[in-house]
Design a protein around this ligand. Structure first.
Ligand SMILES: [Zn+2]
Length: 433
């Protein structure tokens, strides 16, 4: 099922024309209405009128989260505040948060792209959507809400949390579409299983749109097996619009980016140059139709690759891979790119290992060495030394299998790695580069 066939299946050449028209307008509006863009474009000695092709976008400077924060609260608005009908604020772990302002047209656009997303998962007006994304400043809840209203489906705005109630509603109302984070969906599945709801086939779930955090194919398998539904990936971010930037179709071969509204590039996080199709790098997005807070070349820090060509579902929209890491925590060890999240994933697959670890990188003889200090469970640590050594070698082998680089693993006592109130410091880089 396709919500907007004209837009989603438009021939690529035609879409490029539309993108170029919209890009010209956006860059102009950003430059003449937002002091920040005026300053950065002037510094880069580039004028909006220099956009003659989509390729010219790469001459323009990037926008980063740090720069958006400096505009707090109204500095990034491209319209008078009186035209803003809604504001969302992204939670930041450091510094001031990022503000997204929506005009009436922006809210309409959000409903449109979310209607496309939900329809991609099979939603029609006959469906009952249980929306387990949080309502509030976080964009998840309201994004799904607007999309569901556009479709005319029955939406239950249960919001995040309250597991007992979620399962009651799921059962009593015969929820067919579930929207929430994948980790919460998995938790719901576990509780539902414990309570026998799954064995007795008391649920009517057909599909779920899961996102707002990184997840794996393994988690998809788990969710599909337990809930007997189709688990699809949805992607978005507050800086661009919220959820509804991209959505996976039933073919599960990547997430279709709604590129008639959000123009994607993938750049090398090292050289900052655009990469060819299919190569992994950092996703950069430019809004093409946003009025309130247009974004020019926003660095998402999410690592993915783009794939073109007509999808088996009939859509011509470019597809992005599932996000597998963030460029702001990317490491390069002996030329191989490694993400702490991969190491974390590898560790969590091993019994008796706690999710507390620290990565220490050194370069003793002109060659990078990576040591992973891992906390073991109390039980494992009190075992005989022989067992400990076996466990250590197991972990080394497993990490090497996952990341492709040999690392040294050191097992440390439970609770010996410093805990942090905010974001844990996972990497200590001692190389002098
Ligand atoms: Zn498709």
């Amino acid at each position: 099922m396709i919500w907007n066939k004209e837009a989603e299946c438009q021939p690529e050449k035609e879409r490029e024309k539309l993108q170029l028209e919209r890009l010209k307008g956006t860059v102009r509006r950003a430059y003449y209405n937002v002091a920040y863009y005026q300053k950065t474009f002037d510094k880069a000695e580039i004028k909006p009128e220099e956009i003659k092709s989509l390729n010219d976008l790469k001459k323009f400077p990037f926008t980063t989260k740090a720069e958006l924060r400096s505009g707090y609260p109204f500095g990034m608005l491209a319209v008078p505040q009186s035209e803003i009908v809604e504001i969302h604020i992204s939670s930041g772990t450091t510094g001031k948060p990022v503000v997204a302002g929506y005009t009436k047209n922006d809210i309409d656009l959000w409903g449109e792209v979310m209607a496309r997303s939900l329809t991609m998962a099979g939603t029609t007006r006959e469906d009952i959507i249980q929306n387990g994304y949080g309502y509030g400043l976080f964009t998840g809840g309201l994004g799904v809400h607007y999309g569901a209203q556009k479709i005319g489906a029955t939406l239950i705005p249960v919001s995040a949390g309250n597991t007992r109630r979620q399962l009651d509603i799921m059962q009593d109302f015969g929820t067919t579409i579930l929207t929430c984070t994948p980790s919460y969906a998995l938790y719901l599945a576990e509780v539902a299983e414990e309570e026998g709801l799954l064995n007795q086939k008391k649920l009517k779930l057909l599909a779920g749109c899961f996102g707002a955090e990184m997840w794996t194919e393994r988690m998809r398998d788990e969710l599909e097996k337990r809930f007997h539904l189709l688990a699809l990936n949805i992607y978005g971010l507050t800086e661009i619009i919220g959820p509804g930037v991209a959505q996976e179709c039933k073919e599960k071969c990547g997430l279709h980016i709604f590129e008639d509204h959000f123009y994607p590039e993938v750049i090398s996080p090292e050289t900052l140059e655009p990469l060819p199709e299919g190569e992994k790098g950092e996703l950069v997005l430019t809004t093409l139709t946003r009025e309130g807070t247009p974004m020019i070349r926003f660095r998402t820090r999410d690592i993915t690759a783009l794939h073109r060509g007509v999808c088996r579902c009939g859509r011509t929209l470019v597809r992005m891979d599932r996000v597998t890491g963030r460029s702001d925590d990317m490491l390069k060890i002996r030329g191989v790119i490694v993400f702490p999240s991969q190491i974390e994933k590898a560790l969590l697959e091993i019994k008796g290992v706690e999710p507390h670890y620290q990565i220490i990188i050194t370069r003793p003889h002109q060659l990078d060495e990576m040591e992973v200090q891992v906390e073991t469970s109390r039980k494992l640590f009190s075992d005989e030394i022989r067992h400990l050594e076996e466990a250590r070698l197991d972990i080394e082998k497993h990490i090497e299998d996952v990341i492709g680089v040999r690392v040294k693993v050191t097992l440390v006592e439970p609770k010996s790695i410093p805990r942090s109130e905010g974001k844990a410091k996972r990497v200590i880089d001692k190389r002098q580069l």
